[in-house]
Design a binder for this molecule. Structure first.
Ligand SMILES: Nc1ncnc2c1ncn2[C@@H]1O[C@H](COP(=O)(O)OP(=O)(O)OP(=O)(O)O)[C@@H](O)[C@H]1O
Ligand SMILES: [Mg+2]
Length: 276
């Protein structure tokens, strides 16, 4: 069992897109095994991008009840209850498989208040860890998509996780941001979660034609070569799949660049976890 957080305080770097497709890819990998366990995708961001895509991008009528649930995980987490199976539903992804990624019923308004609710609790950074304890062993992988912040929500995710993935858009300032995130992770390792591992850095929304992007990738290879995972190109098909409420593996042909980028990433993650 691995609990993998996608973290970057910068917005729009592909955290949610990678969360969705990684969850779908891992669920497909698991479904080919005997005695497989499902994948759970947790959306810690009140924008609910991952939940919305996983529930059909707003084009499917299953979507509304999942984001306006009365018995929802944001309330349960905020009140200090443990997670239960009744909070979990099948998402629609991977679209082309019967074994679906699981997600929590959620509630947008309560998600908006979650950061301040958690801060009021004793042991604030540990709330997600306690919450997941009763159910975590039911899953093969738990993927946590995070908001673009370095606040109490991603802090809870890091404390609850076994691994971190850092998607990064290679541009001028991204190396400074990366150093900040690595420091935050080191701090969590030292103070609360010594078992946390950086699984890798994912250059995301990569545009080969940009000289600056190529230069930044060169710097990253020199500084963090052992952590670099396959990069995800900036491709219209990737955003089209997300907007349509699909995973890339069901939306794009196997020969497409989008499919290959994301399946290389899933394979590399499985390789690093020692699961291939
Ligand atoms: N590889 C890609 N190619 C093309 N478009 C992409 C790619 N990755 C993400 N996008 C698009 O960029 C936008 C931001 O992506 P995404 O929502 O995944 O980023 P994020 O880091 O989760 O953002 P936020 O910090 O706001 O949560 C979306 O419109 C998405 O469709
Ligand atoms: Mg996001």
């Amino acid at each position: 069992m691995a609990i993998i957080s996608l973290i970057n305080r910068k917005g729009g770097v592909g955290k949610s897109t990678i969360s969705i497709n990684l969850a779908a890819g891992l669920a497909t990998h698991e479904s080919r095994k005997h005695g497989s366990k499902p994948v759970l995708l947790i959306d810690m961001d009140d924008q609910l991008s991952a939940t919305i895509t996983a529930m059909g991008g707003g084009f499917d009528d299953k979507f509304q009840p999942v984001i306006t649930a009365e018995r929802d995980y944001a309330s349960a987490l905020g009140q200090g209850f443990g997670a239960s199976d009744s909070l979990v539903v099948d998402s629609l992804i991977p679209r082309n498989r019967t074994e679906k990624v699981k997600i929590f019923r959620t509630n947008k308004a309560r998600m908006e208040g979650l950061e301040s609710t958690l801060k009021q609790r004793e042991d604030a950074p540990f709330q997600l860890t306690y919450f997941l304890e009763p159910i975590k062993h039911e899953y093969s992988y738990i993927i946590i998509d995070n908001p673009p912040s370095a606040g109490m929500l991603p802090m809870n995710s890091l404390v609850a996780s076994t691994h971190v993935l850092i998607p990064i858009e290679p541009d001028g300032l991204s190396l400074i941001g990366l150093a900040d995130i690595l420091r935050m992770i080191e701090n969590v390792k030292k103070t609360t979660n010594p078992d946390l591992n950086v699984l890798g850095i994912i250059p995301s929304r990569f545009r080969m034609v940009r000289r600056q992007a190529r230069d930044v990738i060169g710097d990253m290879e020199r500084m963090y070569g052992h952590l670099l995972l396959p990069y995800i190109k900036d491709l219209a098909e990737i955003s089209a799949a997300t907007t349509a409420g699909y995973d890339v593996f069901s939306f794009c042909s196997e020969k497409s660049q989008a499919y290959r980028c994301l399946s290389n990433l899933v394979d590399a993650v499985l390789g690093k976890l020692g699961q291939v």
